[in-house]
Design a protein around this ligand. Structure first.
Ligand code: PLP
Length: 328
């Protein structure tokens, strides 16, 4: 699918009919267990983008999940995708690739759930050490790397303050030092940003958001090019067990089919709303990558195919001396 436009890929990928009983959409395969051709011999075609060796038990590999995983991998123009039961389960799986005592340098403005997971679970319970910092300052980054540092974790743009990080700059830095770069790309979706093409090693999505797109699925995904990372992630997916249901995989794949159309509509709306809010008397500041006032406008333009559909605003707080109330 490499030569095709994303609009075409999202419509056709994951539906290879030989995986799906020759139907044009995958069936919702609810089976937990699959017939063995022979004791220990799994049925089904080898699917390197699912567990890799046919079907046996649905925690390891499920045909509907495989359809979604192949489709999202193709959309991200990547080799492999592992689906999880939520964005945070996907985040957790990536942290499970590390060992106790390893050090992660993380951006200081991440999705709140990610920061809480790092600080309250992965840190104290798994002894993964985190340094939170502004990744724009390469000298500071250099000083923060220790012999135990294994990974740089960032989100671009961030939830909620829409901070853009120069992904190429960070991945160049990381490659020279043998560090993995993980990028939570949820706010852009693969339609607007593909961090593996910018040198990153791991992409995390909360599929719950733009990819599934209809507020009825909680799901996550990790996308990689490296067969070794894929194999380690498949182990975590199977042995930690935070897998999505076949029905959720079906819905997420159905959502993915219209990702470009929805993203374009949402982006057009966001641009108009951001421009209107800029002139509003009660608004202090509007942060939107589609406005020329956006602090990382050039970098954002150079690594994405559009400004996305999320807007952050600062609201003016008026202090009324007469009644000492705070008005928003
Ligand atoms: C929502 C979100 C997550 C967490 O995903 P869930 O599917 O809610 O677990 C992670 N990162 C970002 C940027 C998000 O917006």
């Amino acid at each position: 699918m490499s030569g095709l436009k994303i609009e075409t890929i999202v419509v056709h990928s994951g539906s290879e009919p030989e995986f799906n009983g020759w139907s044009v959409v995958p069936s919702i395969n609810l089976a937990t267990t699959f017939v063995q051709e022979y004791p220990g011999v799994k049925p089904g075609r080898d699917d390197p983008n699912s567990y890799g060796n046919g079907f046996f038990y649905s925690r390891q590999a499920n045909p509907t999940r495989g359809a979604f995983e192949r489709a999202l991998a193709a959309t991200e123009r990547a080799n492999f995708c592992c689906a999880f039961s939520s964005g945070l389960a996907a985040t957790q799986a990536v942290i499970q690739l590390l060992n106790a005592g390893d050090h992660v340098i993380a951006l200081d403005d991440l999705y709140g759930g990610t920061t809480s997971f790092f600080r309250n679970i992965a840190g104290p319970k798994s002894d993964i050490r985190f340094s939170f910092m502004d990744l724009d300052d390469l000298q500071q980054l250099e000083r923060t790397v220790t012999k135990d540092t294994k990974m740089i974790w960032l989100e671009s743009p961030t939830n909620p303050l829409l901070k853009t990080t120069d992904i190429r700059k960070i991945t160049e830095f990381a490659k020279r030092r043998g560090l993995l770069v993980a990028v939570d790309s949820t706010f852009m979706s693969p339609y607007l940003q593909r961090p593996l093409e910018l040198g990153a090693d791991i992409v995390i999505h909360s599929v719950t958001k733009f990819i599934s797109g209809h507020s009825d699925v909680l799901m996550g995904a990790v996308v990689v090019d490296s067969a070794e990372l894929n194999s380690n992630l498949r182990n975590v997916q199977n042995l930690c067990g935070a897998v999505p249901s076949p029905f959720d995989c079906y819905l997420a794949l159905r959502g993915l089919r219209t990702l470009p159309l929805r993203m374009n509509a949402a982006m057009n709306n966001a641009q108009k709303i951001a421009e209107a809010l800029q002139g509003h008397a009660m608004v202090e500041k509007v942060i939107y990558p589609g406005l020329p006032s956006y602090p990382m406008f050039e970098v954002a333009n150079s690594q994405t195919d559009g400004p996305g559909a999320m807007i952050a605003i600062y609201i003016k707080v008026l202090l009324c001396a007469m009644c000492s109330a705070v008005y928003f």
